[in-house]
Design a protein around this ligand. Sequence first.
Ligand SMILES: [Cu+2]
Length: 168
Amino acid sequence: MTKHLSDLSFLSLLLALSVLALIAVQMVSSDAAAADAATELDIATPYARAVPAGTPHSAAFMSITNQGTADRALVAATSPVAEAVELHTHQRDAGIMRMRQVERIELPAGTTVALAPGGLHLMLIGLSGALEADTTLPLTLTLDDGSQLELSVPVAAPVTGGSSPSAQ
Ligand SMILES: [Cu+2]
């Protein structure tokens, strides 16, 4: 009887261990897949527009090259200094360019997508304070496969083409 019981508990222990092992394998493989997708993206010239304290919004720009063989899409972004980060584009509406939120920014395999003023951008909404030039902004990008990319985005003063600080 004692032996029978201990056999049973040994069996349940084995069972529990194999379940744990399965879970561990799944966690490792999803981590590996996530790392692959994120490292296929090359981010060039990222910057966020500097704004003084009290300005609720700003925007971040960059060029994203998908060096992989699978089409990807940017589906979300977050930053600890903004209440929300929305994916935006500009659209002509009755002759006026207006910003419009989009669900995703497509990143086809082998192409470079430019997020630039007047076009696609990441809208930083509800800033907790000023974005000072020559600092960096933590930004996390989420791809359609669930993988994430952590960026440190330089904050830069807007290029105005003139020397007047009011010409923004
Ligand atoms: Cu916008």
